[in-house]
Ligand binder design. Structure first.
Ligand code: ATP
Length: 214
C-alpha cells in the first residue's frame, strides 16, 4: 500500500501564496481487487492544481509544511520518491527527436513497464503501432498525448499522476483514456488535476483546491 501525507503544506511563488494549510492523506486500496483508488484536484485556472500535483510528485519543494511518503509500511526518503511516481502533464515534454520505439526504450531505463509488456504491445495499446518508428515530432497533438498517457499507464509505478489527461484528445481518444484508467491496478494510486468533469467521472474523491486559498 502506498500513502502520501501532506501536513500543513503551503507553496509560495515570490510573495504570493498559491495555497496554504493543505492536510491530506492519500492512500491506495489495501484490497487486491477492484480499480485503483483515485483523487482528483479541481479548481479554476490558476488555482494551483498543477502546483499541488508537482509538490506531491516531489518535483517541486514545499514552502512550508511536510510531505511524507510510505510504501508497504516503510517511509521513503524524499530524494528517491520520484522513482515511485509516473506523471503525464502538458508541461512535461516528450523527446521529439526520438521515435516512439526509442522513446519507450529510453523511458524504461528509469521507469520499467509492467511485467511482460513489450514495446510493440505498448505501441499497440497506445493505438500507435503504425507510427512506432516515426519521430515523435511528426505526431499530431492527440498522438503525443496518447504517448504521454501510455508511458504513465504502462509504467510499474505505485503513483500515477495525470494533469489535464484528455487535453488534445478527440472523443475516441477520451474513450481510450477511460479504458486505460480501468487497467490501473488496485495497489496503484491515481492523482488527477482537472477542469473537465468528463475526465474524472469515475473518481469518488474530488477535492477543490480553492478550500486551501483562504
Ligand atoms: N514557476 C512559477 N513562478 C511563479 N508563479 C507561478 C509559477 N507556476 C505557477 N505559478 C502561479 O501559481 C498559480 C497556480 O498555478 P497552477 O499552474 O498550479 O494552476 P492550475 O490550477 O493548474 O491552472 P490551470 O487550470 O490554468 O492549469 C498561478 O497564479 C500561477 O501564475
Amino acid at each position: 500500500m502506498i500513502q502520501l501525507t501532506a501536513s500543513d503544506v503551503g507553496k509560495k511563488y515570490r510573495r504570493e501564496w498559491v495555497f496554504r494549510h493543505v492536510d491530506l492523506q492519500l492512500t491506495s486500496h489495501s484490497s487486491p481487487t477492484g480499480p485503483a483508488n483515485s483523487f482528483t484536484f479541481v479548481g479554476p485556472n490558476g488555482s494551483g492544481k498543477s502546483t499541488l500535483l508537482q509538490l506531491l510528485s516531489g518535483a517541486l519543494p514545499t514552502t512550508e509544511g511536510r510531505l511524507t511518503y510510505t510504501f508497504q509500511g516503510t517511509t521513503i526518503p524524499t530524494d528517491t520518491w520520484f522513482q515511485h511516481v509516473t506523471i503525464a502533464a502538458p508541461y512535461l515534454e516528450l523527446i521529439e527527436e526520438l521515435t516512439l520505439r526509442e522513446m519507450m526504450a529510453f523511458h524504461q531505463t528509469f521507469k520499467p513497464f509492467k511485467t511482460g509488456l513489450s514495446l510493440d504491445e505498448a505501441a499497440d495499446r497506445m493505438r500507435l503501432s503504425h507510427a512506432i518508428d516515426k519521430e515523435i515530432k511528426f505526431y499530431s497533438s492527440g498522438m503525443k498525448q496518447r504517448v504521454k498517457l501510455g508511458l504513465a499507464f504502462f509504467s510499474q509505478a505505485p503513483v500515477v499522476i495525470l494533469d489535464e489527461p484528455t487535453s488534445n484528445l478527440d472523443r475516441q481518444g477520451a474513450a481510450w483514456y477511460h479504458e486505460q484508467v480501468q487497467t490501473l491496478q488496485p495497489d496503484q494510486l491515481l492523482l488527477i488535476g482537472s477542469n473537465d468533469p468528463a475526465e474524472y467521472e469515475f473518481c469518488a474523491n474530488v477535492l477543490d483546491v480553492m478550500q486551501w486559498k483562504k
